[in-house]
Design a protein around this ligand. Sequence first.
Ligand code: PHE
Length: 414
Amino acid sequence: QRPCHVTVLGEQYLTDHMTNISPTIVSKLPLKLHTQPSHPLSTLRGLIESHFPSYTHLSSLSPLVTPYQNFDLLSFPKDHPGRSVTDSYYVNKDLMLRTHTSAHEVEVFGRGETKWLLTADVYRRDEIDGSHYPVFHQTEGARIVSANSTGMKEIEEDNERLAAHLEQSSIEIEDVPHLSPTNPCQPAHDPKHTELIAKNLKLSLNSLMLHLFAGRVGATAQNPLKVRWIEATFPWTTPSFEVEVFFRGKWLEILGCGVIYQPTLDNANVSNKLGWAFGLGLERIAMVLYSIPDIRLFWSQDPRFLSQFKQGEITTFKPYSKYPACFKDVSFWLPEGQMLHENDFCDLVRDVAGDVVEDVKLIDDFTHPKTNRKSLCYRINYRSMDRSLSNDEANSLNAQVVSCLRDRFRVEIR
Ligand code: PHE
C-alpha cells in the first residue's frame, strides 16, 4: 500500500494513483547544483549569463509545477507521451517536477520580464547509463519585443550589431531557412516580423556558441567553430530549430529554440508582444567543456572531484582511478499479463543502490509461447566512483534489488 503523504522540500503532499516520485529523486531537490559556488554547472550558468548582461537572471524557482504549467500553457496535446507517469515524476495528479525550464515561460513573461534567463534543475524518468540521469539542468532564455515598428526597429538594430560581430569571428554556420513549409510562420504573425525575430534568435545563439566553445577549440579562420541549424518542432514555438556544435569530432545537440507561439504569450497576458525562446541542457555542454566522463560525477561529494574546480574557470577534469565494475544479472518472470516499464525498473535500482549503479541493460526479453508470460533479464553494472566496491557489497545491493522487485512487482525470480 502507498503511504498517503509524501514530504517534498519540507511540505507534505497527498499522494494518489499518479504518485511516482521516489526517495532518490526527493533527496536531489534541495541540492541546486547550478547555484553551488565553483561547481562546473554553476560556472557554466555564469558563463551563459555573462553573455546576456542586460537580461534578468533567475535561478531559484521551485521545481514543483502543475501539469498545467509544464504542458497545457505551452499547448502540449492532451495525449503527449511526456505527460505519462512512465516519463515524468508526479507528486500527485495536480503537482509534478518540471520536465523542462519552459514550464516557467508563462509565469516569467506574466511578471513583465521581456529579456530573461532562467537556470534550474529539471526531472525526467530515464534509463541508466553514463550520460543519462533523472535530474539534469537547463537554462531557458527568452526575449520579447512590442509587435510594432518600435519593437521591430529594436530587433533590426540588434541584428546589425550581432551580424557585424559574427562576421569578424571564426565561425562556420550551416543554416536552414527562417521559414519553410515544414517550419511555418504562425497565423497571428506577419512573416516579415517572424523573419526578423528568427534572425535575431539565430544571431544571438550563434554568438553564444562562439562565447562558449570558440576559445576551447582554438577556432581560427582555417579551422572555424562549426554550428549547424536544423528544423525542429515544439508545441509552443514555430518556426522551431535545434542547434548542434561540432566539438572533438562529434556533432553535439546543444539546444532547442523557436519563435514563441502566440497563445503562449496570450496566456501570459502579453499578446501585444512577440519574440523567441531557447532551452539548453547544461550537463551535456559541461561534460565536453570539462572532459567529465560520467554524468553521476556532477552529484559527487568527493573532494577529489569538487576541489578540482574554481568558480568562473573551465579546466580539464583529471579523472581519479576508475574502480572495477561489478556486473550482476537479475532475471525474473512477470506475473501473467503484467508489463514492467524500464524506467520503473531503473528507479527501483536507483532507490536501492543510488549512484553506485553505473549502467542498466536489458539483455534478455522472452515471452513464453504457451503461457504468454514474460521473462526479463537485466544486467546491472555496480561501480562506485569514489571507492572500490567489494563483490559482497554488490551482491548485497543486488539481493536488495531482487527483494524490492518481488515486493513491488510480484515477480518470480528465475
Ligand atoms: N524545453 C525544450 C526542451 O526541453 C527546449 C526549448 C526551449 C525549445 C524553448 C523551444 C523553446 O528540449
